[in-house]
Structures are given as C-alpha cells and as structure tokens.
Design a protein around this ligand. Structure first.
Ligand code: HEC
Length: 108
C-alpha cells in the first residue's frame, strides 16, 4: 500500500515526467556516448576490455536484469555508483534523465 501511495504522489507531483515526456532519447544517447560508452559500449553490451581490467561482469544494459530496475535505481547507480562502477560525474539531473531514457530505449 505504501508503494501505491508513493506512486500516486509521484504521479501527481511530476505529471510532465510521467506523461511520456520523460528524458530525450537522442540527448541521452549523446550524454551516454560521453559518459558511459567507454565501459558499457554504445548499445550497452559492455566493453570486454574494461570488464577484464576491472575483473567484473558488466551487465548488459538491455537485459531483463537491468531493465527490471526502477528509474530511481538507475539514477542512484549513476549518481552514487554501484559495485565496481564509480559515480558518474558531470551530468545534470536532466542529462541523467535523458541517459535513463536512452538505456530504456535499448530494451526495444
Ligand atoms: C568506468 C566504467 C563505467 C562507466 C563510465 C559507467 N559504468 Fe555503469 N557499470 C560499470 C560496471 C563495472 C558495472 C558493474 C558493477 C558491478 O556489478 O560491480 C556497471 C553497472 C551499471 C549498471 C547496472 C546497475 C546495477 O545496479 O546492476 C547500470 C544501469 C549502469 N552501469 C549504467 C551506467 C550509465 C548510465 C553510465 C553513464 C552515465 C555508466 N554506467 C557509466 C562501469 C561503468
């Protein structure tokens, strides 16, 4: 029930975001190219050389595992890092939203 309440509040407080005008996929692609591509590859398949260097499995961004995460989870991974991924600096909150939209577009 708490979750439902939180969703209702989110829906009411940020109608523009929830009405389908989320981030801009093209702008997100540009930001992704600058900030994420080195490690994740342009289509999110992961860069094997980086994975080897960091001794970590870079999750495929189009995978169910990653797509099953909420936008909040993704935002948090970008802002505060996750596992061996360091926080990504230099993105505005708008750009983070755009990048998330781009990551979502990889699933289709
Ligand atoms: C320096 C390399 C590097 C950069 C740059 C980088 N990532 Fe990552 N990312 C990783 C690694 C490594 C992991 C796996 C972390 C682990 O499991 O320890 C990861 C994991 C993730 C995950 C999965 C999160 C989870 O909780 O499972 C997402 C989503 C993600 N990255 C998105 C991004 C986005 C979006 C950007 C750009 C804004 C970005 N990453 C930039 C290396 C990077």
């Amino acid at each position: 029930m708490k979750l439902v309440a939180a969703l209702v509040i989110l829906t009411l407080s940020t109608p523009a975001v929830w009405a389908g005008s989320k981030g801009d996929v093209q702008a997100g692609k540009a930001a992704f190219t600058t900030s994420c591509k080195t490690c994740h590859g342009l289509t999110g398949e992961g860069n094997p050389a980086i994975a080897k260097a960091l001794k970590v499995n870079i999750p495929v961004l189009a995978s169910k595992e990653v797509q099953g995460k909420s936008d909040e989870d993704l935002k948090k991974a970008i802002a505060t890092g996750t596992g061996k991924m360091k926080p990504v600096q230099g993105l505005s909150s708008r750009q983070v939203q755009d990048v998330i939209s781009y990551v979502r577009s990889l699933a289709k």
